[in-house]
Each structure stands twice: as structure tokens, then as C-alpha cells.
Design a protein around this ligand. Structure first.
Ligand code: SF4
Ligand code: SF4
Length: 156
């Protein structure tokens, strides 16, 4: 599925369990994501080093799906990567569309939030809880800042 980003406002969302967001995407991982996931699966079963530096979840060849996707359900739902928890919202530290309104984290950091309109759950379910999203974004920014291939190699 091809990502179609629009600014996040007061849209509604209810997951339709189509599994499409778990195919054809490279999901970036923080070091802490990797440790959480390694608690249930060996690193070599899911970690891919992309472009010689990015840490992402590996995909299956036959459907380009995430290795944790089974019958359209995430097998590691409770400990899935932070970026998967945020989806269909996407976070950027710089504006990537025209007419973006910034959001502010508790530490006053300015961020930009987008919604992937290609997700079938947009327009259904409940309105997004922006406070919760901002809290998650704060954790994501912190965890990704602490993440690098070099640090992973040092630790494992
Ligand atoms: S694409 Fe949207 S509706 Fe489909 S599984 Fe992902 S979040 Fe749910
Ligand atoms: S970890 Fe789970 S939610 Fe994230 S892409 Fe894989 S199957 Fe989907």
C-alpha cells in the first residue's frame, strides 16, 4: 500500500485488521524496541540492517509482509515497535507538507504529525487522543536518538 500523508487534525480511526500497514513497509526500530522484541524472538529472526545503517524489521519474500504478521494480526502486539504503535499517525521533526500546524511536546519541542490516508481505518472508530499520541512521540524521539548500529554492536 502506498502511503498518502495528510496533516493530523481531528480525524477518526478504527483499525479494520486488514494487515496492509504490515506489508511493503520498512519499520524502523529503536534499540529498546529490539530488546523488547528479543525477549520473545531471537534478533536474527527479525532484525535487518538496511542500507548498512538503519535497523528495521525484516520482511518475508513471498508477500513483503513483516515477519510478525500472521493472518493479518501482529504476533507481538503487546510489545510491537513504537512506530507500529503510532501508526496510522506518522511523526516528523520538520514540516513535510504545505500548511502544517505544529504540535508541541511537554518539553516544548515542535513536531509535525501526519496521518496515512491509505489506512482503511481512517474515518471509522474514535477520534485520535492527541495527548496520548504526543506522549508516545516523546518516547519515540528519545528512543530513536539513543539508537545506532554502532551502539547495537557494542551491546550484543
Ligand atoms: S492499514 Fe489501517 S486498518 Fe489496516 S491493519 Fe493497518 S491500521 Fe488497521
Ligand atoms: S511488528 Fe506487528 S504491527 Fe509492526 S509491522 Fe510487524 S506485524 Fe505489523
Amino acid at each position: 500500500m502506498k502511503e498518502k500523508l495528510v496533516p493530523l487534525k481531528d480525524q477518526r480511526f478504527g483499525c479494520q485488521m486488514c494487515g496492509e500497514c504490515c506489508r511493503n513497509r520498512w519499520v524502523p526500530l529503536s534499540l529498546r524496541d529490539i530488546f523488547r522484541m528479543n525477549g520473545v524472538t531471537p534478533i536474527e529472526a527479525f532484525l535487518l540492517i538496511w542500507n548498512e545503517k538503519k535497523l528495521v524489521i525484516d520482511r518475508r519474500e513471498w508477500d513483503n509482509g513483516c515477519v510478525f504478521l500472521k493472518d493479518n494480526i501482529c504476533e507481538i502486539n503487546k510489545i510491537k515497535p513504537l512506530i507500529c504503535r503510532l501508526y496510522p499517525v506518522a511523526l516528523s521533526e520538520v514540516p513535510i507538507l504545505k500548511r502544517n500546524v505544529p504540535y508541541y511536546l511537554k518539553n516544548d519541542k515542535k513536531i509535525y504529525l501526519y496521518l496515512d490516508k491509505s489506512c482503511k481505518g481512517i474515518g471509522k472508530g474514535k477520534k485520535f487522543d492527541i495527548e496520548k499520541i504526543l506522549d508516545l512521540c516523546e518516547i519515540i524521539i528519545q528512543e530513536l536518538k539513543e539508537t545506532s548500529l554502532e551502539k547495537l554492536i557494542d551491546i550484543i
